[in-house]
Design a protein around this ligand. Structure first.
Ligand code: WTA
Length: 571
């Protein structure tokens, strides 16, 4: 396929000669940027925040937070002091290295302080989306045996404390009135805590953050990242985000998603950048205002958001002054060429797509500022990353052949564990020396990678990874549902939407009301984004003789494609 390239611009990562830059790169050189290179004392929170206190960045704004009711700025010194306090709060509760502490609340300065303070005592952070309902919260706290959760009174009813024996402390942000046993008033505890803390030094390979994500089978799995990931966060922040001293950076992702931590917390602060955080829900007007009023220079978002902004119209965007922007990036789902062209027209910026996963911890394949873009391509591997297309036997394929996107093992931010599930972890590494992503792709003769799809049934709706199994399990808990099969259906804005095929139990009839009720059941039991937007009732679902729902057949029905080999199907 011949694609028109969009010419390179200027960037810190000088790619006049990509091959050369790639050949000369060594992760070991990056390590020199960290204080532990000299001292041997490692802690992500120290490197991201406290290290800057001996430099002019001390009084620079690190976090600029706003929502409908708040507008606050915190310097690196402020964040250092507040996270010290929170670290002391945790210590007073006897929370220590290796313990799991979850954060379950809307974006707020308190959320970021909690994350940093947790890291400072060497504990492992487990971030949750505020949209999670009780079932989703329980699964994650149970699996990880979390000892504490930081949350708000509004979200507290979704934390089934009585069913979680390991959970000893509930720290409430915005607590009011009498507290129960085991509950801690965040603000009171912070006020009482000292702002001096002895940071807990850890090993580079010690656990730092636990992100739960979905696969095609089983419950969400806990992807564990270690402090060493900072090496990758720092360098990709420099060369992919192109962060420089005067940048005002906005990553729109919530910390419940890995983009909201690797690139919403670690990469910007490791690089000493000012980070804008906007609370509240997506609204085009709010977003454009956030860019305009904060004079955002570097903006990292996702295709669904860009498509929604595009949908808000070209006249609308003209009402805002977005001239501060100098670098725009996208991740999480395929970025349509159409959106790239719209970006050029709407705010005169190239949108730089990049590819990575919760499991990879950091960006692996990217479009760089100083590289020509081929709209629709995810770009080229970051230096130090060997990406390849391999066949189902683990052999590397030549250019233009579609296959499994795989990465040679050994990059700094690679996950180190699937929590308590070594078998699941090994599945990623079934070919010796390779991490197999589960995505299919091809590489063109110039080394650009092109995403083709998932090889499994994992759904990507508006950038959120949803496992069909989780949704199916929830659906069959509903009294009317006998069987359920869930697929991703292509959608022009969200990439995919969740569609459920349902066979009802005897005595139930399909109806609009029932559809609505089932949808609400999933929404309230799991999360809004996991609820099927479309439901189709069928008398029977296609199954294998062993009783497995054949999602592949459902998908073929949906797309009007041939159903392929049905030899394993029952009757
Ligand atoms: C998909 C996201 C196309 C892919 C940081 C991957 C993408 C999954 C892109 C990971 C992209 C991510 N183009 N697809 N640039 N980036 N994906 O773990 O299927 O939520 O495997 O992490 O999103 O999703 P996750």
């Amino acid at each position: 396929m011949k694609v028109e390239k969009i010419p390179a611009t200027e960037g810190t990562f000088n790619l006049q000669d990509y091959e050369q830059a790639y050949a000369n790169f060594d992760w070991a050189d990056v390590e020199k940027a960290f204080s532990w290179y000299e001292t041997g004392k490692v802690n992500m929170a120290y490197e991201a925040i406290d290290r800057h206190l001996s430099t002019p960045r001390k009084d620079k704004v690190a976090l600029k937070y706003s929502d409908a009711t708040r507008d606050e700025s915190y310097t690196f010194a402020d964040l250092s002091r507040l996270s010290n306090k929170f670290g002391n709060v945790l210590k007073s509760l006897d929370i220590n290295k290796g313990d799991r502490v979850f954060v379950f609340m809307p974006r707020s300065p308190e959320l970021y302080v909690s994350v940093l303070g947790t890291l400072k005592v060497g504990a492992i952070v487990g971030p949750l989306f505020e949209a999670f309902m009780e079932g989703a919260v329980r699964d994650r706290l149970e699996d990880s045996e979390a000892v504490a959760i930081v949350t708000t009174p509004a979200l507290l009813p979704r934390v089934p404390v009585a069913e979680l024996p390991a959970l000893k402390h509930v720290i409430l942000v915005g607590a009011e009135g009498e507290l129960e046993n085991g509950q801690v008033d965040f603000q009171k505890a912070m006020d009482a805590a000292s702002d001096e803390l002895e940071i807990t030094w850890v090993d580079r390979e010690d656990g730092m953050i636990l992100h739960y994500t979905s696969g095609s089978t089983g419950k969400p799995k806990g992807v564990l990242h270690v402090h060493n990931a900072m090496v990758q966060h720092y360098q990709t922040g420099k060369w992919v985000l192109d962060l420089q001293e005067d940048d005002i950076y906005w990553c729109t992702a919530d910390p419940g998603w890995v983009t909201g931590t690797s690139y919403g917390i670690f990469a910007p602060w490791l690089n000493g950048a000012t980070s804008v955080i906007r609370g509240g829900r997506f609204k085009p007007e709010d977003w454009y205002k956030t860019l305009q009023d904060n004079k955002v220079t570097v903006w990292y978002s996702a295709p669904t958001s860009f498509r929604m902004l595009m949908g808000a119209g070209d006249e609308f965007v003209k009402q805002f002054d977005l001239s501060s922007l100098r670098h725009v990036l996208s991740v999480g789902e395929p970025l349509n060429p159409e959106v790239v062209y719209w970006g050029l027209k709407a705010f005169n910026q190239r949108i730089h797509d990049n590819w990575w996963m919760t499991e990879t911890g950091g960006q692996l394949i990217s479009n760089y500022k100083s590289m020509a873009i081929k709209p629709g391509s995810m770009g080229k591997p970051f230096p130090g990353i060997h990406a390849a297309i391999i066949d189902d036997q683990g052999n590397e394929l030549p250019p233009n052949r579609m296959g499994n996107l795989a990465i040679q093992v050994g990059w700094p931010s690679m996950m180190r564990q699937i929590w308590k599930n070594p078998a699941k972890y090994e599945e990623y590494f079934r070919f010796k020396g390779w991490y197999v992503s589960g995505d299919s792709a091809y590489k063109d003769e110039e080394g650009y990678f092109w995403f083709q799809g998932r090889v499994d049934d994992v759904i990507n709706t508006a950038g959120e990874r949803v496992g069909p199994f989780e949704v199916e399990s929830k659906l069959v808990e509903h009294p009317a549902v006998a069987e359920a099969g869930v697929i991703g259906k292509p959608d022009p804005v969200r990439g995919e939407i969740i569609k459920a095929f349902i066979a009802l139990r005897a005595g139930y009839e399909p109806s609009e009301e029932l559809m609505e009720e089932i949808r609400r059941f999933v929404k309230e039991g799991l999360a809004a984004h996991a609820a099927p937007r479309e439901i189709e009732f069928r008398d029977k679902l296609p199954k294998t003789r062993s009783g497995k729902i054949m999602r592949r057949v459902l998908k073929a029905w949906e797309l009007g494609l041939p159903t392929g080999d049905l030899s394993t199907m029952e009757d």
